[in-house]
Write a protein that binds this ligand. Structure first.
Ligand SMILES: [Ca+2]
Length: 560
């Protein structure tokens, strides 16, 4: 009942939310987190697939659920709500900028992963080239070219009196731009976050650097963890220890906190977490499979340590924990069957991710929600959780799912949009989902696929030719969403024109399709091609290094 009253107070306070923002010092003095200002822990895992856990997110327990051990995720699921249809973008940076800004990737235009200033990681595509996307990522300074600027989630929470703590992977802005530093984006504390989307190594004995295998390469060095250098400690554990210290400091100072616990795990480079690896070898897994499983369990141990620490400090009952991943499983790791595809792909395996929410006193324990949500929804959801429904942010595409957490169903379904006008292991595409229907538009050959996800989760049967009216309806919807978000389409090399929106496909555009499908003979493949005007040129075609397994550690291709 008390919480219901608090909920009413939330409604009453909506009109004075901005006044609350000015109460920073008062909140801090009054004794830390309260039901109005609960602590929030966002436990964010990198590249973790929907099935990379012992918690079943499908209607049945799969072989991967039986393979992996994530007892603390299972505990979190028992204490809270499991979302079976949570979505993210198919690659790191777009997801991370969406959760920081509430914008869909089509709108913020950080549509591929970022690293070096003004350098696109896109690989050569013989038919289309990417538009001028925001290759420099998120920036607090709008004068930095090819960036998106917005009031970020942590900056709003900070203004409201939260202590905002960043631990782990940032990957918000390109190296050499202000957006590479989380302290410039609303965080009070930054441990381990910078421009890079992966660690040089997970091992303390290697100083978490790639220098041991590639002398002089320091771009992947994890900042702020020098005290662990030379120790036999795994990066996941080092970051967890630092996070626990920051939680303790927040509780000591009686200030509500927002902990962005953003693990580098289970992203490449894949290296044994020796605490758990032997167990999976004994289970009969291959070395590669055991390495991956050990990294998953190490991540889960971190979750358990944080949950236990909150209990010990007496703040667990006033702390929300949200668990999520930023994209689907990497293609070098076991496919997340029954899903099709992998990281970077438009199919469910690229975009469907685990999501768990514990909110003591609000979310009923052991509940399951089958309605879909998407990563930009985190922004308005966290603000509503913190009693900050009004916020100085334009163009928020995300929708708060607090009502779902309170057990209410949505009265009508909304469409979801994905937009990837880039080429990196996967050619460019847009996707729209509404209800059970999902339309994929492949930009390169202007081909469409229609699936009924409710009946065909594995996307095995393209219905676009069978359900022509539905295909057209979804194509029109996708076009509307792309226009609403001011989405940029790739450029067709043969003509210099942008790829048409799906509802613009006409007989004349079909005439070009055979040419599009066969490539563009008029422009040879050139990995040093530049695009844009002469005043705004980006080199294309930079690819990530390939790692060799020459040291006894399990290393594979390092793809972001
Ligand atoms: Ca990722």
């Amino acid at each position: 009942m008390k919480l219901k009253l608090v909920g009413l107070l939330f409604c009453f306070c909506v009109g004075v939310a901005e006044a609350k923002i000015g109460l920073t010092s008062t909140i801090a003095r009054e004794g830390g987190a309260t039901p109005d200002f609960p602590n929030i822990v966002f436990f964010f895992v990198d590249d973790m697939g929907w099935q990379d856990t012992s918690v079943p997110f499908y209607t049945e327990k799969t072989s991967l659920n039986q393979r992996y051990h994530t007892p603390n995720m299972a505990l979190l699921a028992r204490q809270g709500m499991k979302f079976t249809q949570a979505y993210a973008s198919a690659v790191c940076s777009p997801s991370r900028v969406s959760l920081m800004t509430g914008m869909n990737a089509a709108r913020h235009r950080v549509t591929n992963w970022t690293l070096n200033k003004d350098v696109s990681p896109d690989i050569e595509n013989p038919v289309v080239e990417p538009p001028k996307w925001n290759v420099n990522g998120l920036s607090p300074d709008p004068s930095v070219p090819y960036t998106v600027t917005a009031k970020t989630l942590p900056s709003l929470m900070k203004e409201a009196g939260y202590r905002t703590i960043h631990v782990g992977k940032a990957h918000f802005g390109a190296k050499g731009t202000p957006g590479e530093e989380p302290l410039n984006l609303g965080f009070d504390i930054n441990i381990g976050g910078h421009a890079a989307g992966g660690p040089g190594s997970y091992l303390g004995i290697h100083k978490f650097s790639a220098d041991w295998r590639d002398p002089g390469n320091h771009i992947w060095d994890i900042p702020g963890l020098a005290s662990y250098h030379g120790q036999e400690i795994y990066l996941t554990e080092a970051l967890t220890r630092e996070a626990l210290k920051e939680i303790s400091k927040s509780v000591e100072t009686e200030q509500p906190f927002y902990l962005y616990m953003s693990h580098y795990a289970i992203h490449a480079p894949w290296e044994n977490d020796e605490r758990y690896c032997h167990k999976y070898i004994a289970q009969g897994l291959s070395e590669d499979e055991a390495t991956y499983a050990s990294m998953i369990e190490g991540m889960d141990k971190s979750l358990g340590d944080i949950m236990e620490h909150l209990e010990q400090l007496g703040v667990a009952d006033n702390t929300i924990i949200v668990f999520m991943s930023d994209n689907g499983v990497h293609k070098q790791m076991p496919q997340n069957k029954p899903l099709r595809g992998h990281k970077l792909s438009p199919y469910e395996g690229g975009i469907r991710v685990p999501l768990l929410v514990k909110w003591p006193g609000v979310v009923s324990p052991q509940t399951v929600n089958d309605e879909y949500v998407i990563i930009e929804d985190i922004f308005p959801t966290f603000l509503e959780m913190a009693g900050l429904r009004k916020y100085a942010q334009k163009s928020v595409d995300g929708k708060s799912f607090v009502h779902k957490l309170k057990g209410k169903t949505s009265s009508r379904q909304r469409p979801l949009l994905w937009h990837y006008p880039n080429t990196y292991y996967n050619p460019p595409y847009s996707v729209v989902r509404l209800g059970g229907w999902k339309l994929i538009y492949h930009h390169q050959d202007q081909r469409m696929e229609l699936f009924n996800i409710n009946k065909d989760i594995g996307e095995t049967t393209d219905l676009s030719k069978v359900e022509e009216a539905k295909t057209k309806e979804m194509a029109d919807l996708m076009t509307k969403l792309l226009k609403d978000t001011k989405a940029q389409m790739p450029i067709i090399k043969a003509t210099g024109e942008r790829v048409p929106f799906p509802s613009e496909l006409t007989l004349s555009s079909y005439v070009h399709q055979s040419l599009l499908r066969s490539g563009s003979p008029s422009k040879p493949v050139d990995r040093q091609l530049f695009w844009g005007s002469s005043s705004s040129r980006y080199p294309l075609g930079q690819t990530m290094p390939i790692l060799n397994a020459s040291t006894g550690f399990n290393q594979k291709n390092l793809t972001r």
